[in-house]
Design a protein around this ligand. Structure first.
Ligand code: 13P
Length: 249
């Protein structure tokens, strides 16, 4: 079902103590979250368990920012989907542009990671989006399509997938995609998904926008017909801003 979701990707920010403090403040103020909005927090692996304890009993849900490609074994430093699920997390973010760019994750790997996540009962926030160069050089639509066809088209169903469109040029730059630019891509994602999974499944798909989304621009973005919510970086590190975004529908 299409959902209103505001998810906070903390990236490599907060110590465990800072993360618990932020989660505790969100938990204390959970009554401020509109009843039809799902709030998700994605702290670093090290504090998934303690953040889960801080939000327990509230409607706030937990996500990790990644999971390993392999189910278990001799992969020093990796964290498996089963380990993530064991913390109480319901979600995993996969395919973030920072993972694709700095850690060489490609579509084939991401498809496998999604299979790992599903096998452990996790739902997936699948990120996609183009660089400025791709946007300006005329390959925008082919590139975005490849991020859909090479990954999502290989799944049996999208019922446990939320897509996040995050134009790389808008991430952490203060430069937000215009409503028109974001809506145009969201509609394209929905149309491309419909070509494989049918109009009903496409209509039910939740598609989030990410990239310098903040209290001052969330309302107009969320008012676009194909934008169902946001994946928030910087502004999710401040409870006031994050909750203000959740109230922006
Ligand atoms: P910012 O909101 O800091 O631009 O980050 C967006 C993002 O990458 C969320 O995953």
């Amino acid at each position: 079902m299409r959902q209103k979701i505001v998810a906070g990707n903390w990236k490599m920010n907060t110590t465990p103590a800072e993360g618990v403090a932020l989660a505790s403040e969100l938990a204390k103020r959970a009554a401020e979250i509109p009843s039809d909005v799902k709030l998700i927090v994605a702290p670093p692996f090290t504090h998934l368990t303690s953040v889960q304890a801080a939000i327990a009993g509230t409607k706030i849900e937990l996500s990790s920012q990644n999971c390993a490609l392999q189910p278990k074994g001799a992969y020093t430093g990796e964290v498996s989907a089963a380990m993530v699920a064991g913390t109480g997390a319901a979600w995993v973010i996969l395919g973030h542009s920072e993972r694709r760019e700095y850690f060489c994750e490609d579509n084939a790997m991401l498809l496998e990671k999604i299979h790992q996540a599903f096998a452990c009962g996790l739902k997936v926030i699948y990120c996609m989006g183009e660089s400025l160069e791709q946007r300006e050089s005329g390959v925008l639509w082919d590139f975005l399509k490849s991020q859909i066809t090479e990954v999502l088209y290989n799944l049996d169903s999208l019922k446990d997938v939320v897509v996040a469109y995050e134009p790389i040029w808008a991430i952490g730059t203060g430069k937000t995609a215009s409503n028109e630019q974001a809506q145009e891509v969201h509609a394209f994602i929905r149309k491309t998904v419909a070509e494989k999974f049918g109009a009903e499944a496409a209509d039910e798909l939740t598609i989030l926008y990410g990239g310098s989304c903040k209290p001052s621009n969330a309302k107009e973005l969320f008012a676009c017909p194909d934008i169902d919510g946001g994946l928030i970086g910087g502004a999710s590190l401040k409870a006031d801003d994050f909750l203000a975004i959740a109230k922006s529908y």
